[in-house]
Ligand binder design. Structure first.
Ligand code: G6P
Ligand code: MG
Length: 214
């Protein structure tokens, strides 16, 4: 009956959204597409190609797949530059304490991130060693809200999904957790994340006792 807690990365343990925003906005400008911070909110938890498609849909630009791949790569090179500056200072307050408390209870810790850069980001944050299993966009076929990434993480942790809890900041992520038959904790706005079993505004408000009470 091994228990597991599975974390999303971007928006749960650190804020990379503003860096994704800078990179996408630069690309959008080149394409003459207006891309606002409000648009960027819609891209939380959405994988790279689907994010590009969202931006293209703000215009009437049609593009073949090869060109889309090129643009994704261009955005990612810029993003890779931007995440070089990430360090342990960028961990959200309370993350280290929470992760330490979980470990001390013998609960497994998993990562379920739609980002292909997840391993690099956790390395820069200095928390690579914390995770017992990492599921990212490299080892799944179906992106959130499909439950695949959370199920994969549970399997990797050797936990039954019903003994797992997922933590997410994105609506699509909370849906993925619920479809995986896990309890979901939302980080962010309770109206938006109404599908979650509990919602906290910030990770720092979340204590292990409340997780275990689920
Ligand atoms: C996370 C972020 C999304 C991002 C996605 C893919 O889910 O919340 O905004 O688009 O990862 O990231 P990647 O690093 O693979 O481009
Ligand atoms: Mg997220």
């Amino acid at each position: 009956n091994q228990r597991g807690i599975i974390f999303d990365l971007d928006g749960v343990l650190t804020d990379t959204a503003h860096l994704h925003f800078v990179a996408w906005q630069t690309l959008a400008k080149k394409l003459n597409i207006e891309f606002t911070i409000k648009n960027n909110e819609e891209l939380k938890g959405i994988d790279r190609m689907n994010s590009l498609q969202y931006i293209l849909n703000l215009s009437d630009i049609k593009m073949n797949l090869e060109d889309k791949h090129k643009l994704c790569e261009e955005k990612n090179s810029h993003y890779l530059e931007l995440i070089k500056t990430i360090s342990s200072k960028d961990l959200f307050n309370g993350s280290t304490a929470l992760l330490t408390d979980i470990k001390a209870q013998g609960i497994k810790i998993g990562l379920a991130s739609a980002s292909k850069n997840a391993r690099l980001v956790i390395k820069n944050l200095g928390i690579s060693d914390v995770f017992d299993y990492i599921a990212d966009a490299h080892n799944i076929k179906n992106s959130k809200p499909d439950p695949e990434i959370f199920l994969k993480a549970a399997e990797g942790l050797g936990c039954d999904p019903k003994n797992c809890i997922g933590i997410e900041d994105a609506k699509a992520g909370v849906s993925a957790i619920k479809s995986a038959n896990m309890k979901a904790i939302g980080i962010g706005c309770s109206n938006e994340l109404s599908q979650a079993d509990m919602v906290y505004k910030h990770l720092k408000n979340l204590k292990l006792e409340s997780i275990l009470a689920l």
